[in-house]
Write a protein that binds this ligand. Structure first.
Ligand SMILES: *Cc1c(COP(=O)(O)O)cnc(C)c1O
Length: 420
């Protein structure tokens, strides 16, 4: 579900014409629907009503402060992977007791920051990290809530770059060794073992990998209980997929129906960490066509957004639907590569894509760009990062200004021997 649709031949976000926003803020820009975002959050919320649960939005999908504040008001917690994300989550008013912290490379200052503000738990990814957290907690005279991230060795059937639950991935602790780690953790004086965590991958479009993984987790929680280790939280991670092209991912309700019986027998609170499923289809990237260029073997459509603005096609060969903002009068189509201005052959938004006739100056909407869009954007080729705009009903707000050339050199300094 999303709130981007044509009215009288023109693309709208809720009650706002995309074209009107482009006229105001220029291109390229990200455009988000607040209604889509909250509807997606509420779909999770109501699906899991039947079990004690906490929905921690994965900040890395989209850390924009306005979107976070909106989700926070809905009751969302946060799944963070860095000190910077913790800063953003707190700034957006999210209760530290609803924040969980994953990631294989937590630095000492980041651990101390998390302990200082009293987050719910760290999701620990290695034995050495476990000891580091215990050490920091001891120095700070606090107890650190922790879960161990176990790796259930489940193939979630996603792209190799976004699978995380396989033995060959760098994440988590192999489930066969996890019991040992829990026994070590229990003996530490400054950590409190409260949960078990997993995250098996991203853009998962079936229920089965989740069910398989949760089954293993619930069984493992039973083993821990037998050893006298009482687990309060089962964190199933994120990873629920969305429709980019023709995928038919399960609704959160289907997911919930499949795993609720398993969870109820565990007596634990469920933690979920959806990112893409909440933000992905709540945003688009709007770009303007610049030029055509035809070679003997290819037709290119060159647009003003590039891989620095939306990296997913280049990085994962991800498919994003591209729609004209004004519906074309003719039904003619041509096959083109939609490419950006970056000096890389890997800079494309679409390859061999059947597109309607697009004239220079026309606006295009790159769909499904609300997650891992702006959050992965860079200044490569010294391109200022684009504006972000949120729509609510018939109004729109710029929630992040387009960067200026001065922003590009923020923090740069000249050594004295170069000046004058
Ligand atoms: C990336 C990530 C998520 C979110 O994944 P989505 O596919 O966007 O739902 C959740 N948890 C962890 C630990 C992650 O690394």
């Amino acid at each position: 579900m999303h709130d981007f649709s044509y009215k009288n031949g023109e693309l709208y976000c809720e009650g706002v014409a995309v074209n009107a926003v482009a006229n105001r803020v220029g291109t390229p820009f990200y455009l988000y629907s607040s209604n889509t975002l909250t509807s997606h959050y509420r779909a999770f919320q109501s699906a899991f009503e039947g079990v004690p649960h906490l929905i921690c939005f994965a900040l890395k999908a989209n850390p924009n402060g306005a979107l976070l504040r909106l989700l926070g008001k809905e009751g969302a917690g946060a799944d963070i992977v860095s000190g910077g994300e913790l800063f953003r989550a707190l700034r957006a008013g999210i209760d530290p007791k609803k924040i969980v912290y994953a990631g294989v490379g937590k630095r000492r200052d980041e651990i101390e920051y998390a302990l200082k503000v009293g987050i719910l738990m760290c999701n620990v990814e290695s034995g050495e990290e476990l000891l580091a957290i215990d050490r920091s907690a001891s120095e700070m005279r606090v107890r650190a809530g922790i879960a161990l991230r176990v790796n259930p060795d489940i193939d979630a059937g996603t792209h190799a770059y976004i699978s995380t639950g396989l033995k060959k991935n760098k994440f988590g602790i192999p489930i066969e060794q996890a019991l040992e780690y829990y026994q070590t953790a229990r003996k530490l004086h400054n950590v409190e073992v409260i949960g078990v965590h997993q995250h098996i991958g991203s853009q998962i479009t079936e229920v089965k990998p989740f069910v398989d993984a949760i089954e293993r987790l619930v069984q493992f929680v039973g083993e821990l209980k037998a050893e006298g280790i009482d687990i309060k939280f089962i964190n199933m991670g994120g990873g629920l997929g969305i429709t980019y092209k023709d995928e038919t991912p399960p609704h959160p309700r289907e997911l919930s129906q499949a795993i609720q019986p398993l969870l109820k027998q565990s007596g634990c609170t469920l933690v979920l960490e959806p990112g893409r499923a909440i933000a992905g289809n709540a945003g688009i990237l709007v770009t303007r066509a610049l030029y055509h260029k035809d070679s003997e073997v290819k037709k290119f459509l060159i647009v003003d957004a590039g891989m620095n603005d939306l990296m997913r096609p280049s990085l994962y060969e991800a498919y994003h639907d591209i729609k004209p903002v004004v519906e074309p009068a003719s039904a003619d189509h041509t096959v083109v590569d939609v490419v950006g201005p970056i000096c890389e052959s890997g800079d494309f938004l679409a390859k061999d894509r059947e597109m309607p006739e697009v004239k220079p100056g026309d606006l295009l909407a790159v769909m499904g760009a609300g997650a891992y869009g702006f959050s992965m954007a860079s200044n490569y080729n010294s391109r200022p990062r684009v504006a972000e705009v949120v729509v609510k009903g018939n109004e729109f707000f710029t929630v992040r200004e387009r960067e200026t050339y001065d922003d590009l050199i923020k923090g740069e300094k000249l050594p004295r021997w170069l000046v004058g």
